[in-house]
Ligand binder design. Structure first.
Ligand code: NAI
Length: 450
């Protein structure tokens, strides 16, 4: 057994962990990072990055195959998944090397292995025990597997398995119409695979504003995707999936099935009970400084179950380091933007109208169709989109911006900055947006408030 004192021990090398390690070194701390798999976490290895490579490929294919309204006639468009997979692997390798390089240059000690906390608040890994003034737990999440009969059958994949497909399926059934379900439905549907989404709730993407979710569903329905909402999955069979809508039992043929019904925090095997760190099924309990109930033990990212987004995880890592360094810092969860990388994209930040009303906040809302925007109309044919803004009826503060249409992910940071800095509607009306850009629609929507 060896005992090496660190200022900060980080458990988990994803976007929360490696950013915290780098920032802590910038503050002159002695840092140990422990990772059991590859650096980069779910985001780089099994999530954001590989799925975006797939979604962009599907978008290119779709645009090539549907370019006729713009005068682009491409005959015999085909999709070579092995080339896409090679591209995806290349991108992941490059980014992984980048993170390793950053850790080396920053002089972060990196140990490969499974870490767990001990009763005396140390960290054990591979027979060694390390001592840290601070411990940051950032072990991420894994796909949750609901108890659906037949889930163990061949061709039933989770959101990790679906990234490794080496053939294009003849049909896809997706259980869960949330973020992952919609992104992969868009991937399969766009490349011509008949795709069915089975969602238990009355509308897809339940955390998104209802008008935005409905518009997304209607747009995706044009891409070989059939949605069944308010539907309960009964059984996955060898070549079909059975589900019920109300009293009616229905069946849909399947080649592959993707189970995308949520994720669970990676809390098991961490010694949280021994170290008396509070957690429940949702994840490790933290406050908005990312502090757990045990002094000097911090947690951030998916393992907290607070918000399952890579950029939120990185921010949580930074907040932890700032607090350790004596700079009081807090995460404002309300101003973290979320994006669904479907085609069209969904981008949202701040309160939805429903959430604001639930909190008793008096609101004014404004809506505009994307087709009112010149740039959008010039670049899209037969597609729809929507912008919805939520403002405080009394103060005029911007509370939420919700968008579906085109590549709206690229403009949500502007709305997030406005909400974070508590900009008022009148101030946004005074800003001049470049023309022609789709972003102008955010300003234009401010004139529709009622
Ligand atoms: P999710 O919570 O977004 O969606 C799960 C959906 O499955 C919900 O709509 C739920 O009602 C439905 N569902 C649950 N059990 C069901 C059942 N038995 N039958 C039918 N429907 C059922 O979870 P998802 O899509 O798995 O994503 C996990 C997390 O990862 C999310 O919180 C998401 O925000 C995050 N993520 C974010 C991405 C992004 O930022 N673009 C990309 C991928 C994931």
């Amino acid at each position: 057994m060896s005992t090496k004192p660190y200022d900060l021990i980080v458990i988990g090398g994803g976007p929360a962990g490696y950013i915290a390690a780098e920032r802590a070194r910038q503050d002159g701390m002695k840092v140990l990072l422990i990772e059991n798999k590859d650096l980069g976490g779910v985001c780089l290895n099994e999530g954001c990055i590989p799925s975006k490579a797939m979604l962009n490929a599907a978008k290119i294919y779709y645009q090539a195959a549907h370019g006729a309204p713009f005068g682009v006639i491409a005959n015999d468009v085909s999709f070579d998944i092995s080339k896409l997979n090679a591209h995806k692997t290349g991108v992941k390798d490059m980014l992984r090397k980048g993170i390793s390089g950053i850790m080396k240059r920053a002089k972060v000690d990196v140990v490969n292995g499974l870490a767990s906390l001990t009763a005396d608040r140390r960290v054990a890994v591979k027979g060694d025990t390390y001592e840290g003034a601070n411990i940051f737990i950032a072990t991420g999440s894994s796909p949750a597997a609901p108890p659906i009969p037949g889930i163990e059958l061949d061709g039933v994949l989770d959101s990790t398995g679906v990234l490794n497909l080496d053939r294009i399926p003849s049909s896809a059934v997706i259980i869960g119409g949330g973020v992952i379900g919609c992104e992969f439905a868009c991937f399969f549907g766009s490349i011509g695979v008949p795709t069915t989404v089975i969602e238990m709730l009355p509308e897809i993407c339940p955390v998104v504003d209802a008008d935005i979710a409905k518009t997304l569903r209607m747009e995706l329905s044009k891409k070989n995707i059939t949605f069944h909402t308010g539907a309960a999955v009964k059984t996955i069979k060898e070549s079909s999936v059975e589900f019920a809508v109300g009293d009616e039992t229905m069946s849909v043929d399947r080649d592959i099935v993707l189970v995308a019904t949520g994720r669970r925090s990676n809390v098991n095997g961490l010694g949280l009970e021994d170290a008396r760190v509070e957690f429940d099924r949702g994840g490790i309990k933290i406050d908005d400084r990312c502090a757990t109930n045990v002094p000097g033990v911090w947690a951030g990212g998916d393992v907290t179950g607070k918000v399952w987004l890579a950029h939120a995880a990185s921010r949580m890592g930074e907040v932890v380091v700032n607090n350790i360094a004596g700079r009081d810092d807090r995460v404002r969860f309300d101003t973290i933007a979320g994006v669904i990388y479907t085609n069209p994209e969904v981008a949202t930040v701040g309160l939805t109208e429903a959430a604001a009303k639930e909190r008793g906040i008096p609101v004014k809302t404004g809506k505009m169709p994307m087709t009112a925007n010149g740039r959008f109309l010039a670049e899209h044919s037969g597609e729809r989109g929507l912008v919805k803004v939520v403002t405080h009826a009394g103060t005029g503060a911007l509370l939420g911006v919700h968008m579906v249409g085109g590549a709206c992910s690229e403009m949500i940071y502007g709305a997030a900055a406005m909400i974070e800095t508590e900009v008022r509607v009148n101030e946004i009306k005074d800003l001049v947006f470049p023309h022609p850009t789709t972003s102008e629609i955010i300003r234009d929507t401010m004139f529709t408030l009622n």
